[in-house]
Write a protein that binds this ligand. Structure first.
Ligand code: NAD
Length: 361
């Protein structure tokens, strides 16, 4: 049996509880993993002065695969986002977020099967920001006035939105290649090219060009606001969506909402050489340590990881066990019950226990 070396970042908030549940079900599925546990996040920031120490990056570079719990990003402090930094440092340029309906999940949409492909390194997430009142911000405002004759109020903060041909080409190719390998029929590129002609307009032009090399896959584009309405009205018309970073972030949560919430929305950050698997949801700090939240999103991310490392049989068995539990609706956490205070809801650990019983039953 192959033993896989995988970096495990438990994260903070509810991260350690849900990653523990995942480690147990992977062992339960008979997959042998040598977990290289690397802590990152708020507690590590307090202890080591950096929320993402070098050792974490080095471990992922060595192992090429990581499973990551959510990490809190305090708002409005100098704390750099562990999530954004990881994606940038490892050049994990594609964020892949499949959203598929499971029978029995609480959703008004029975047949959603969407894959959101989000560009992960550019756009307003590039981290190029100019703080209000700083000298360089005022200089930038003057520069813009001199070049465009457009005025920005002096008390403004500014965030820069770069979108490149290189970045767009590789993410759109990724979406088409994913569609081809996974028997998908259509790719939709999403943008606001009518307003942001030089960033979103470039994204659209490049996407249109890349699409020409994939005549076997249908292609269309949608403006982001229309896309949101269409997804709410008729999600079954869409298949693979490819989007710049910010729209991809927002549409991922929208798509998660279509299939019953964040508790069921998995994800992967993929580069040309390595991949980090993590749920779409965050660290839900208010539930930390309460054995309450749904580990399924993290488990579905682990299923993506098992497929990535070639453990397809274990991935299928785990997926079937999860699907049967959701269908039955008994051994599920509060978020999958008709009301959040349903006394029959079980905890994070108990979901894992039941999955392990079913994988082997
Ligand atoms: P969140 O996803 O942590 O939680 C929002 C709400 O969704 C929770 O209060 C809870 O009601 C529900 N929820 C989330 N996960 C759930 C689960 N597994 N089971 C059941 N219910 C669940 O979003 P937030 O409150 O906006 O963010 C909290 C922190 O997480 C922030 O610091 C944010 O920056 C961070 N974050 C991290 C990641 C990541 O590590 N990839 C992603 C998103 C947010």
């Amino acid at each position: 049996m192959t033993t896989h070396n995988i970096t495990l970042i438990p994260g903070d908030g509810v991260g350690p509880e849900i990653t523990d549940a995942v480690v147990r079900v992977i062992a339960g599925a008979g997959v042998s993993v040598n977990w290289d546990i690397q802590h990152a996040g708020t507690d590590v920031f307090e202890a080591e002065g950096d929320p993402l120490p070098r050792r974490v990056i080095d471990s992922i570079k060595k192992n090429k695969v990581a499973l990551k719990g959510p990490v809190t990003t305090p708002v409005g402090t100098g704390f750099r986002s562990v999530n954004v930094t990881l994606r940038q440092e490892l050049d994990l340029y594609a964020c892949l977020r499949p959203c598929k309906s499971y029978e029995g999940a609480r959703s008004v949409y029975p047949n959603v099967d969407l894959v959101v492909v989000r560009e992960n390194t550019e756009d307003l997430y590039a981290g190029i920001e100019f703080q209000k009142d700083k000298q360089e911000t005022l200089q930038l405002i003057d520069f813009i006035k001199s070049k465009t004759n457009k005025s920005i109020l002096a008390d403004s903060g500014i965030s820069i939105k770069p979108i490149s041909v290189f970045g767009t080409e590789r993410i759109v190719r990724f979406a088409f290649e994913y569609a081809r390998k996974n028997g998908r029929k259509k790719v939709t590129s999403v943008h606001k090219a009518n307003i942001m002609k030089h960033s979103d307009g470039l994204f659209l032009d490049v996407a249109n060009n890349v699409a020409k090399s994939y005549p076997d896959i249908a292609y269309e584009d949608r403006i982001i606001d229309n896309m949101c309405m269409q997804l709410v009205q008729k999600p079954e018309l869409y298949d693979v969506l490819v989007l710049p970073n910010l729209y991809g972030d927002i549409v991922s949560d929208l798509a998660a909402g279509l299939i019953g919430g964040l508790g069921l929305a998995p994800g992967a950050n993929i580069g040309s050489e390595m991949a980090v698997f993590e749920a779409t949801h965050g660290s839900a700090p208010k539930y930390k340590g309460l054995n309450k939240v749904n580990p399924m999103a993290m488990m579905l991310s682990a299923i993506m990881m098992l497929n990535y490392i070639g453990e397809r049989d274990a991935a299928t068995r785990l997926d079937n066990a999860i699907a049967s539990i959701i269908k039955e609706g008994k051994h599920v956490t509060y978020d999958m019950k008709p009301t959040p205070d349903d006394p029959t809801a079980v905890g994070t650990k108990e979901v894992a226990d039941e999955i392990i019983r079913r994988i082997n039953g």
